[in-house]
Design a protein around this ligand. Structure first.
Ligand SMILES: *Cc1c(COP(=O)(O)O)cnc(C)c1O
Length: 388
């Protein structure tokens, strides 16, 4: 049985008519830049996320870059980021000639460990970028308290977490100073290419983000600040306007798939309860845990990725590949081990949790359209591997 890591065709086919119509609508209008579709998308998302400004941009990476530019991050400024994330989280800091300062992660959530932040703060520290990795919130209360104490800005990397709610119900991305999201095709809300969003509740930052999205000109051709071309296309916004109403249902389906995985793994005797870390037990699977799960919050986790931990991860991946089961490693090399950051002279021993995660995590198929039989086949195949 074939189980791809992600099959976007299934989602496309179930909304083909509306999506095709949206594309044709933009083609017939021949209006491509910052028009009605972008305006509609921004209005929908502002309401959905519960924030004052929602500004469509060219990608999740550009959302982060623009956020740091709007906060006036300067060469030599330090920005604390988790060492375990997608490259963009750290890359944008270096692109401004600022310095990414790496922190270790929590072993259960894979998110920035708040206990690792304060010792990294220096007089040059300007901001923290918590990442809501795999689709669950970072420890925002703790992070915001540290930021407040040291007067640091917080830019949330919610690229994998649009719609995710923190334990108090607030949507992630709207807790810090600026929130960033990605509409890359593999995210829970994906467009037909690249796209992203920045959000804020701050009037001054909101205006600055809007101006900097169009080169910093206001009025047009008069520049007090330097921005860039950070616009989202009308075509992408039109696609997202069709898909957005289904976002919560798709995320719910991912949660249901995660529940089935948990059940199948435990039934097969391969796992203990979710989030239990027993690294010395061979032939066991460590299941992901939604730490902020509570009865009042629906989107406590949106499972953009479903990540298990196993010994012999690489052999397992090869075995599953032979059975046509798609998997991926998010991420095999933490930032402190990347060649491009060698000049930062990081000490590898400072990041034990991230180093371990890089060696034993593996992403399993979790997208909404998967069948129960496919999920069962994935677990059965892992059982075969571990018991052989
Ligand atoms: C996808 C992703 C980004 C970048 O988004 P793009 O739209 O691909 O530029 C940034 N951070 C994280 C954590 C991501 O997963």
């Amino acid at each position: 049985m074939k189980v791809p890591l992600l099959d976007l065709k299934l989602q496309y086919l179930s909304h083909k008519k509306e999506l095709d119509e949206a594309l044709i609508r933009v083609a017939e209008s021949q209006y491509f830049i910052l028009g009605k579709e972008v305006e509609k998308l921004e209005t929908s998302l502002k309401e959905y996320l519960g924030c004052k400004y929602a500004i469509g941009v060219s990608s999740g990476t550009d959302a982060l870059l623009l956020a740091l530019m709007a906060l006036n991050i300067q060469p030599g400024d330090e920005v604390i980021v988790p060492t375990f994330s997608f490259f963009a989280t750290a890359g944008v800091v270096s692109r401004l000639n600022a310095v990414p300062v790496f922190a270790d992660i929590d072993p259960v959530t894979f998110n920035l460990d708040p206990n690792d932040i304060e010792k990294l703060i220096t007089p040059k520290t300007k901001a923290i970028i918590p990442v809501h990795l795999y689709g669950q919130s970072a420890a925002m209360d703790e992070i915001m308290a540290i930021a407040k104490k040291h007067q640091l800005k917080v830019v949330e990397d919610g690229a994998q977490a649009i719609g995710v709610q923190y334990k108090n119900g607030k949507k992630v991305g709207t807790i810090g100073d600026i929130g960033c999201y990605s509409f890359f095709p593999s995210k829970n809300l994906g467009c037909f290419g690249d796209g992203g969003l920045v959000v804020t509740d701050d009037d001054e930052l909101g205006e600055m983000l809007k101006i900097m999205r169009v080169h910093g000109g206001k009025p047009k051709y008069y520049h007090k600040v330097i921005g860039g071309n950070f616009r989202i296309d009308e075509i992408q916004a039109a696609v997202l306007n069709v898909k957005f109403p289904f976002l919560d249902a798709w995320s719910e389906k991912r949660r249901e798939n995660a529940k089935l995985y948990t059940k199948f793994f435990i039934d097969a005797g391969l796992a203990e309860e979710e989030g239990k870390l027993i690294f010395d037990e061979k032939n066991k699977v460590l299941l992901p845990k939604a730490v902020y799960k509570n009865p009042n919050v629906k989107n406590y986790h949106i499972y953009n990725q479903y990540i298990i931990r196993v010994e012999k991860r690489d052999e397992l991946r090869k075995y599953l590949g032979e059975k046509e089961i798609g998997t991926e490693i998010y991420y095999p090399v933490p930032f402190h081990r990347q060649e491009c950051f060698a000049n930062l002279n990081c000490n590898d021993a400072d990041f034990p949790v991230s180093n371990k995660a890089a060696s034993d995590t593996i992403a399993l198929p979790i997208f909404p359209e998967l069948t129960e039989a496919q999920l069962k086949f994935v677990v059965d195949s892992i059982a075969e591997f571990l018991k052989s």
